[in-house]
Design a protein. Structure first.
Length: 405
């Protein structure tokens, strides 16, 4: 493992008097960290600035409550690379990407301006590609991005088409669709190749898209990390979701809808009914974002995460996109077990053990298929990288360091 030396220099400017006081009232204290990449930190010059905090809780099995305090940031960072990326720290001092409601970078994929976040592009460490799960986006990796960049990695987090800040359009979404987008993203944006491979990290259905990319393009993949992966890995399992969601059950099967001209009254009625049901479920979900997230998080979620998901739901095309997303599972032809069997590289399972959806039994099943996989359980829910970022970042970095050559 390569050691990293950190040197910190802090300069504080005093306020002047008279007109100079007004001109310099926004003076900042600058901190430079000399690492494999250079980051510049700016903080409020006033040392008396308050940090607003709120208490969050985590449920224990014995029914007691464990508290954790989060806060809005007291500092703002910018990563000096190809573009500014604002960071902030929570009450525990953990860095994360600051929510930017307008989004970040864009990449043209099949005519769509898809969003992504990048950091440490000029580092000399391996490339890391981050792939979010259903209903999430690139900002869901807000804690992971700066941790990896500070450790010298080149980090790229994609907003898959139909999610987050990427366009909300009606396409025939499926796992092959998103998997191919990840393949193209790693090559065209992250610059992965046979001589400069990428580590791919995916959460939930993003783990399946990551698995698709790793298994179909192994020559450009340095390692794969599945974070509470979706998918049915049981023997002879059919393609598609292990358990259908309410929307998937209500909307129906894509085979009955895709490619239909809807000329007949029955076809028109079926599609109209499916879209109406999808719309009702969309609004029900939209107004329960915090409640749903808290069901699968070990710790209470914060306002910025809820806000980030709500922003995507406000897009004018979100309802029609949700309808198509609900059909993605029935469109998928590739089997999760086949993809896993085809992948022959380094594998890590980062698993939130309190996940009510993708329980540790699924991780155990994957390990039966891939006994050499590194298993790293953490106290967290379905999205441990955001729910338990300190432990998740440490585990991911330990494993990633073993791949550096």
């Amino acid at each position: 493992m390569r050691a990293t030396t950190t040197t910190t220099t802090t300069t504080t400017r005093a306020h002047a008097v008279g007109a100079r006081t007004r001109a310099r009232s926004n003076a900042r204290r600058a901190t430079t960290l000399k690492m494999p990449m250079t980051l510049t930190t700016t903080a409020e010059a006033s040392t008396g600035r308050r940090v607003a905090t709120r208490s969050t809780t985590a449920k224990r099995e014995d029914g007691t409550v464990r508290s954790r305090v989060r806060a809005r940031a007291s500092t703002v960072d910018s990563i000096s690379a190809r573009g500014a990326l604002e960071l902030e720290t929570d009450a525990r001092g953990v860095e994360r990407v600051k929510l930017r409601e307008s989004g970040w970078n864009t990449w043209n994929w099949r005519g769509y301006a898809c969003n992504y976040i990048s950091a440490g592009e000029d580092n000399d460490g391996p490339i890391v590609t981050l792939v979010h799960g259903f209903g999430a986006h690139s900002y869901h990796w807000r804690y992971t991005i700066p941790a990896l960049a500070r450790a010298g990695y080149r980090v790229y987090a994609l907003c898959m088409l139909g999610y987050g800040w990427s366009p909300k359009v009606e396409e025939e979404y499926c796992m092959e669709f998103w998997g191919q987008q990840v393949v193209d993203f790693t090559k065209e944006v992250a610059g992965a190749s046979e001589t400069d491979k990428t580590i791919i990290v995916g959460n939930s259905i993003g783990a399946l898209a990551a698995l698709f990319a790793a298994s179909t393009q192994p020559q450009a993949c340095k390692g794969l990390c599945l974070v509470n992966s979706a998918g049915n890995f049981e023997p002879d399992a059919a393609p598609g979701p292990e358990k259908k969601t309410l929307a998937q059950r209500a909307v129906g099967d894509a085979k009955e809808i895709d490619g239909k001209s809807a000329d007949s009254f029955a076809d028109k009625l079926r599609e109209t009914f499916s879209r109406a049901v999808a719309t009702a479920i969309f609004y029900s979900t939209k107004f329960r974002i915090r409640q749903i997230l808290n069901q699968v998080y070990e710790f209470d979620v914060d306002d910025d995460l809820v806000r980030s998901i709500d922003l995507a739901a406000q897009d004018p095309g979100a309802i029609k996109t949700f309808y198509q997303l609900s059909l993605a599972g029935s469109r998928t032809k590739v089997k999760a077990g086949d993809l896993l069997a085809d992948y022959d590289g380094d594998l890590m399972l980062l698993w939130g053990e309190k996940d009510p959806w993708m329980t540790p039994t699924k991780a155990a099943r994957i390990r039966e298929i891939k006994p050499n996989a590194v298993y790293s359980p953490v106290l967290g829910g379905h999205c441990p990288h955001d729910d338990a970022p300190i432990e998740s970042n440490a585990a991911l970095l330990r494993w990633a360091e073993t791949l550096r050559a």
